[in-house]
Design a protein around this ligand. Structure first.
Ligand code: IPM
Ligand code: MG
Length: 355
């Protein structure tokens, strides 16, 4: 039996995850979908951001459909007592090193972008973010008092094999797409970036059909809003990827439309164990109102089908259904610009009708 772990989490996580899971169950009734607590919900009801039962479920699952974690009431707490700690444990524990964040502007949504419509029309790029290394995971990572003075340290460290494996994911993807890869670093200042660039250049020798461009991260941030259409695949380290993927996501006008996949080492291509989640966060300000855009969660289901269940056919079916809904003019509140809009549930029903 193929099992999918449903981890809705906090804020709008439950609304959008349940919406997306209902689509998954509609097209793949053979799957076993099992729900478990994570994030703030885990802390409140089971004493941990990633309770042992949740971890055990993930251990025996083929994929995780994740909502979002994070609540303002945990601000300022140490990492291990925060909802986000669950993501750390899942990413680190299952070595989910390859984070794919596709950014697409659906026809008809160009005017929702804060950029001029002609800059984002047809936009289609993927951010490949290294997810289990760099400053998020390096040690030492602590706050301490030295000679009576408070200080804090985070450590940015990369090993060449970590850079190589994420570079290969990005080159392989670029090869399947438009054959252009942009690697982002800060090699004028950071040693880790000099290693990054050297290793990426080495890997490039195996991909003569892919054109490689290197950009410094500050420049990349600027070029993304200046000439977004020139990007195809962007590969970068963990923290730069965190920042640039939000920037890239909002080019579409709503962060609520962007899915992601975090793939690891377990399983083989097409049947990789992975975690699938909306890029946008828990959005506690609109949680529980039934107005959150479920598109990111629904497209995360498509990525789950493609990468973990070897079901490219149904993945494409879900993607086409979402496109058809946008083409028909249907919008959720944040994209409606004050015009008529559908609830989370009604939008999900519209997608089901198109399936
Ligand atoms: C993301 C999020 C996470 C990150 C947070 C919630 C820890 O911003 O997935 O981009 O920083 O990786
Ligand atoms: Mg982020």
């Amino acid at each position: 039996m193929t099992t999918v772990a449903l981890l809705p989490g906090d804020g709008i996580g439950p609304e959008v995850t349940h919406a997306a899971a209902s689509i998954l169950q509609r097209i793949r009734p053979d799957l076993e979908c099992v729900e478990a607590l994570v994030g703030g919900a885990g802390l409140a009801h089971a004493g941990a951001a990633l309770p042992p039962q949740t971890r055990a479920l993930c251990d025996r699952s083929d994929a995780i459909l994740f909502g979002s974690v994070g609540l303002p009431e945990y601000d300022g707490k140490p990492l291990a007592e925060r909802p986000e700690y669950a993501l750390f444990l899942l990413r680190g524990g299952y070595e989910l090193y390859a984070n794919l964040r596709p950014v697409r502007v659906f026809p008809g949504l160009e005017h929702a972008s804060s950029l001029k419509p002609e800059l984002v029309r047809g936009l289609d790029l993927v951010v490949v973010r290294e997810l289990t290394g760099g400053i998020y995971f390096g040690k030492p990572k602590e706050q301490r008092v030295v000679d009576g003075v408070e200080e804090a340290v985070d450590t940015m460290i990369y090993r060449a094999p970590e850079v190589e494996r994420i570079a290969r994911v990005a080159f392989d993807l670029a090869r399947e797409r438009r054959g252009h890869l942009t690697s982002v670093d800060k090699q004028n200042i950071l040693e880790t970036s000099r290693l990054w660039r050297r290793v990426v250049d080495r890997v490039a020798a195996d991909y003569p059909d892919v054109t490689l461009e290197h950009l410094l991260v500050d420049n990349a941030a600027m070029q993304l809003v200046r000439r977004p259409g020139d990007f195809d695949v962007i590969v970068t380290e963990n923290m730069f990827g965190d920042i640039l993927s939000d920037e890239a996501a909002i080019l579409t006008g709503s962060i609520g439309t962007l899915p992601s996949a975090s793939l690891g080492t377990r399983g083989e291509p097409g049947r990789r164990f992975g975690l699938y989640e909306p890029v946008g966060g828990s959005a506690p300000d609109i949680a529980g109102k039934g107005i959150a855009n479920p598109t990111a969660a629904i497209l995360s289901v498509a990525m789950l089908l493609r990468h973990s269940l070897d079901d490219a056919e149904n993945a494409a079916r879900v993607e086409r259904a979402v496109e058809a809904v946008y083409a028909s003019g249907v919008r959720t509140a944040e994209l409606a610009g004050g015009g008529p809009s559908l609830s989370t549930q009604a939008f999900t029903d519209a997608v089901k009708e198109q399936l």
